[in-house]
Structure formats: structure tokens, C-alpha cells
Design a protein around this ligand. Structure first.
Ligand code: PXL
Length: 290
């Protein structure tokens, strides 16, 4: 059978308001020409970052039957991408999903969504950290932010980190299983108005750094958007540093397009104003090796 469009199984929550998880992942990957097949882990009225209240329906009990139908349909995916998980039990379900749908030539991306800015999200407990440590062992690529990397490595969250130490963090995470480790939101020691993405590719023994100008605004959901652009780019055939460059550039463009407007940051970046940028040819940005 001829494959017309690449497919991603996206194991994430659906948050009705706030442009995170599936409401960011679907538009980004669709714009990049990739079909998103969601496996919804939970349904929330709105994401948990910056809102005082939200409703939460845990879909753990419906997932087995949902996934069984996909097995009967003999579906195949070019990428399996997991993110926010509603309960520790869901980690086991994701592991089984990967065990069944993993192929020689597909890509498993685990974004170990647990927290940001040095602390865990309100729905995450310490047990989740241990489960997540096991899950990342099954991934080809993981994309923790700096906070999640610190929790996974059981290290204190420092305000700054130098390049050698950041590289060391990425190598240590890779020793936990994943061949490629992408740490986002790393505070750049050279200039505290910069933030960077540090990535270690074990097979090639290369560490990449992509820096970008820090804009003092925290929009939830940018991690999901970044990882989606990276996945879309890799599925389009780009190299890892180009995929990372495109992700970083797109997030900066989204933040710049949003920052001048006076609206609550918790609503996320104004993705709808920026999606078209993803259709333009990739601009070679500023990756460097460490
Ligand atoms: O963007 C990560 C994310 C995903 N899902 C939910 C969240 C968050 C971050 O706050 O709350 C429900």
C-alpha cells in the first residue's frame, strides 16, 4: 500500500481552552502535512498552568478498548508521540502501546510533561517521576524542559547552567535509554537574556545547541508546539539540528506575534496568526555544536 501522508499517534490530553497539548499539536502537525491520530488520555476544561480551577476526566479506563480497535484495524504509525499523562497507570498503557506499534523504522517521541519553572504541575505527584523515568527508556527521542530534566535526573533546579554541565545532563539522560535527548528552556549562561535548546545525539556522539533571545513571557503549551514542529520537520526528512532550529524559530516567532497584545498569557501563543509560517521553506538558523 502506498503511504500518502505520514501518521502520528498522539497520546495526550484534550484541554478545551488554552492552546496546549492536542489543541496545539493537531494544528501544527496538520499544517506541516502530517496526520494526527489522537489517543486522548484525559479531558480537561482548560490546561492546569495559570488557571485556578479546571475539570478533569481521566480516560484511563477507556484507553484499552480504544487501542484494541486500532490493533484490529491494523493501523501503523510513522511516529508515536506521548505527552501529558493523566495517571501513573497510563504510563503502563503507553508502554504497551509502544511495545505493540513500534517498528524498526518509526520514531517514538516521549515528552515527559511533569512541570515547569522548577516545580511540578498540580496533577503530578512524585510517583509520576519514577514512572516517567521508566517510560523514557522506550523512547528514541525525549524532549524534557529544563525543570523536567532536573526531576528525571533527581538534581536541584539551578538558575543557570554552563554548556559543559548542560551537555552532561543530556548525556546522562541518554544513558537512561533514549538515543536523542532534547532539553528545552535551558537558561543560557553566556547571556542571561538568552535561553537555549541542548540536544545530544548518542549514535553520532554530537551535542547541538540552539540559542534564542529570551522574551520575558511564559506561555503554556509552547513545549507541545515546539515538539510538534520538531516531529513534523523530522517526518518531512529534515536532519535533527534543522528540526530543532525550526522548532526554536517557530516558538520565537509565535511569542513575538503574541507579546505585543494585551491578553492573559495563560491562553497560550496566538498560534492561528503564525501557522502559515510553517509552510515556508526552512530557513537555516543558528545551531552550533558543543
Ligand atoms: O503543555 C503541557 C500541558 C499539557 N496538558 C495539560 C497541562 C499542560 C501544562 O500546563 O496542564 C493538562
Amino acid at each position: 500500500m502506498i503511504k500518502t501522508i505520514k501518521k502520528v499517534a498522539a497520546i495526550h490530553d484534550l484541554s478545551g481552552f488554552g492552546r496546549s497539548s492536542l489543541t496545539a499539536i493537531i494544528p501544527v502537525l496538520s499544517t506541516m502535512g502530517v496526520q494526527v491520530c489522537p489517543v486522548p488520555t484525559a479531558i480537561l476544561s482548560n490546561h492546569t498552568g495559570g488557571f485556578e480551577h479546571f475539570s478533569f476526566v481521566d480516560l484511563t479506563d477507556s484507553l484499552e478498548n480504544y487501542i484494541d480497535q486500532w490493533k484490529k484495524l491494523e493501523l501503523e504509525f510513522d511516529c508515536i508521540y506521548s505527552g501529558f499523562l493523566g495517571s501513573e497507570k497510563q504510563i503502563k498503557i503507553v508502554e504497551d502501546f509502544i511495545g505493540y506499534f513500534k517498528r524498526e523504522d518509526n520514531l517514538v517521541v516521549v515528552d515527559p510533561v511533569m512541570g515547569d519553572n522548577g516545580s511540578l504541575y498540580s496533577t503530578m505527584g512524585p510517583a509520576m517521576i519514577g514512572e516517567m523515568r521508566r517510560l523514557i527508556g522506550m523512547a528514541d527521542i525525549i524532549t524534557p524542559n529544563f525543570t523536567e530534566a532536573a526531576f528525571l535526573l533527581n538534581r536541584p533546579y539551578p538558575e543557570y547552567i554552563d554548556d559543559d554541565a548542560a551537555k552532561e545532563w543530556a548525556i546522562q539522560l541518554s544513558e537512561m535509554g533514549p538515543g536523542t535527548v532534547v532539553i528545552t528552556s535551558v537558561p543560557d549562561h553566556r547571556d542571561n537574556s538568552d535561553t537555549s535548546v541542548i540536544a545530544y545525539d548518542r549514535a553520532n556522539g554530537v551535542c547541538w545547541k540552539i540559542s534564542c533571545r529570551y522574551i520575558p513571557a511564559n506561555y503554556p503549551g509552547t513545549g507541545d508546539t515546539f515538539t510538534s514542529v520538531m516531529i513534523g520537520s523530522l517526518l518531512q526528512g529534515d536532519s535533527l539540528p534543522i528540526a530543532l532550529d525550526r522548532g526554536v524559530l517557530f516558538i520565537s516567532q509565535c511569542i513575538r506575534a503574541s507579546y505585543g497584545f494585551n491578553y492573559p498569557k495563560r491562553e497560550g501563543v496566538l498560534l492561528e496568526r503564525c501557522l502559515d509560517i510553517l509552510k515556508a521553506p526552512a530557513v537555516i538558523g543558528a545551531f552550533e555544536t558543543l
